[in-house]
Design a protein around this ligand. Structure first.
Ligand SMILES: NC(=O)c1ccc[n+]([C@@H]2O[C@H](COP(=O)([O-])OP(=O)(O)OC[C@H]3O[C@@H](n4cnc5c(N)ncnc54)[C@H](O)[C@@H]3O)[C@@H](O)[C@H]2O)c1
Ligand SMILES: O=P(O)(O)OC[C@H]1O[C@@H](n2cnc3c(O)ncnc32)[C@H](O)[C@@H]1O
Ligand SMILES: [K+]
Length: 522
């Protein structure tokens, strides 16, 4: 039987100094990044479950896992933001929508999230046919769908195709093109309905009592708001780490650019209940950024603001002096980013995180290390350099919860699109993002800072994020630190040791010398 007290006097003898302190490692002025170093192991005298990942991402905003999803249109809309918050992180809704109201609607979906409720069910319209229902079944596997006036959530519910109705449809696809949906749906007056303001328990009771597969949830005007699904309820579980606000709603962030018109967007997303705003720019030390920061702080003082991006202490000082509650660090480090090639400006991410964190943390301002997080160990390394959280784009793209549909890429691989917000592809997607790339109002010459790519299907965040969290906990256990604060203190006072590694050591640290291998991670 292992008794903790038997080991009380044991510790590592830190006078035997292998490696170097973080300050020694960073004293060499060449830019370093995560892959350039390892952290040396510490003494494990606690279990992996004892490692707390609680952290502040701004002065006043605490979350339980140091994970933030990037405000990119192939990464974070409400689906991603919900799953990030359920596991203790936070998602930042991107700002590349046709209208500010669309972005606000995504924020609202996160704030209104209730377990078991599908907020964006696939709908049919008054003009749909049985053929369209067959297509939904084929593409998504659903055997029922709500029917609304114009086929969208938010329009008037007129009926519902249930799996029982659907069982009688012949799969004679061509023939069903002529069968109006009204022939196979149950009309709204014969449906059991839930109200959006009802407590979730009440709607769940209705669903169980009437043995329904799905319960449409409507508002006072009879417009469809959501669908409560039996199968999702059965899957529902507790999320003990979830990031909630004081009203018990999931935390949510949103990004805005620095254009004057975006003040209107700020007001809309704040109205929707956003908890934190990110002012999105590759170079945060601009007059444009400062006027946006001032606007938000004056008009909405209760909303936390992460300013950026910055990579130097002078940039950080400027934004902290102007009232930033948090900073986003990274210029050129993103997987889809070509800023350093095109602009000749940027900084190695490890050095940027270390330098800015040392300054900002002294002033009580947390930093989010943005870009270049390729794997779970990179998260631990970013934290070791002083980051309070990491922001991920590519690592989360191509999960089920990322926006966009999967398709088959070269070699028969299932992929989703992942693109830089400054890629021509993203610029062309919406007028709102195009104007930011014209270097002057009248200038029609675009200079892309990002590329458009595909990423291999990574499965659902419901598996991937718990894997990331547990991976970081294991890393911190190996280092011998129980919390982010403990980590920071032990790095600062030189107890946690680092070692730079040669190119050969980097190769050795990866998989090598194998004929073939399979990489299954979680
Ligand atoms: N982290 C990175 O390394 C990095 C690098 C490039 C792009 N990006 C991402 O790409 C997107 C766009 O970044 P960006 O830096 O090109 O956007 P930006 O909006 O900050 O800048 C685009 C152009 O618009 C100008 N501009 C901005 N606000 C203005 C105003 N109010 N009036 C007049 N001109 C104004 C800027 O000076 C710049 O020339 C963001 O999502 C950003 O996060 C990130
Ligand atoms: O996590 P990764 O994928 O390494 O980086 C995400 C990070 O990249 C930045 N970014 C987004 N779009 C662009 C773009 O078009 N050019 C340059 N950098 C970009 C952004 O900071 C993301 O959070
Ligand atoms: K890059």
């Amino acid at each position: 039987m292992v008794r903790p007290e038997d080991f009380n006097s044991l510790e590592l003898d830190n006078s035997l100094t292998d490696g170097e302190t973080v300050h020694e490692m960073m004293a060499h002025k060449a830019g370093l990044t995560y892959n350039d170093f390892n952290i040396l192991p510490g003494f494990i005298n606690f279990g992996v479950h004892d490692v707390s990942l609680e952290t502040n991402i701004t002065k006043d905003l605490k979350i339980k896992a140091p994970l933030v999803s990037s405000p990119m249109d192939t990464v974070t809309e409400s689906g991603m933001a919900i799953v990030m918050a359920l596991y203790g992180g936070i998602g930042i809704i991107h700002g590349n929508f046709p209208k500010p109201e669309d972005q606000a609607a995504e924020v609202l979906k996160v704030k209104r999230f209730k377990q078991g409720y599908v907020m964006q069910p696939h709908c049919l319209s008054r003009d749909s046919t049985a053929f369209d229902m067959i297509q939904i079944k084929k593409k998504y596997g659903y055997t029922g769908a709500p029917v609304t006036e114009d086929g969208r959530v938010g329009s008037k519910l007129i009926g519902m195709v249930t799996s029982r109705d659907f069982d009688f449809i012949t799969m004679d696809v061509a023939g069903q093109k002529g069968t109006p949906i009204s022939d196979i749906m149950v009309s709204v007056d014969q449906l059991h309905l839930g109200h959006i303001n009802d407590a979730p328990e009440l709607s769940q009771k209705k669903l169980k009592e009437h043995r329904l597969g799905k319960l449409p949830i409507v508002n006072d005007n009879g417009e469809l708001c959501a669908l409560l699904c039996r199968s999702d309820l059965l899957k529902a579980r507790d999320y003990p780490m979830a990031s909630y606000d004081s009203k018990g709603q999931l935390l949510c962030g949103a990004a805005v650019n620095t254009r004057g018109e975006s003040q209107y967007t700020v007001d809309r997303v704040v109205e929707a209940g956003v908890d934190v705003l990110i002012i999105d720019s590759s170079n945060g030390s601009s007059t444009y950024q400062i006027s946006m920061l001032r606007y938000i702080k004056e008009k909405h003082p209760h909303v936390q603001v992460i300013a950026g991006n910055v990579v130097t202490r002078a940039q950080a000082k400027l934004l902290i002096d102007q009232g930033a509650d948090g900073l986003r660090i990274g210029m050129g480090s993103g997987s889809i980013c070509i800023t350093q090639d095109v602009m000749a400006v940027g900084r190695a991410q490890g050095t940027a995180v270390y330098d800015v964190a040392r300054y900002a943390n002294q002033r009580g301002i947390p930093i989010v290390a943005d870009g270049g997080i390729r794997d779970v160990g990179y998260i631990t390394k970013a934290i070791s350099l002083g980051a309070s959280a990491v922001m991920m784009g590519g690592l989360l793209a191509a999960t089920t919860e990322a926006p966009g549909e999967y398709f088959w890429g070269p070699g028969g691989v299932r992929v989703k699109k992942y693109r830089g917000m400054g890629s021509l592809d993203a610029m062309e997607a919406h007028a709102s993002s195009q104007d930011r790339y014209f270097t002057a109002e009248s200038d029609q010459i675009k200079v892309a800072q990002g590329v458009s790519a595909t990423m291999k299907d990574r499965g659902s965040c419901h598996k991937f994020i718990p894997y990331l969290i547990r991976g970081v906990q294991h890393g911190m256990q190996d280092i011998g630190v129980r919390s982010l604060r403990d980590f920071r203190e032990k790095v600062d006072n030189g107890i946690v040791k680092f070692e730079r590694r040669s190119t050969n050591a980097q190769l050795e640290g990866g998989v090598h010398s194998l004929h073939s291998f399979e990489k299954r991670l979680y």
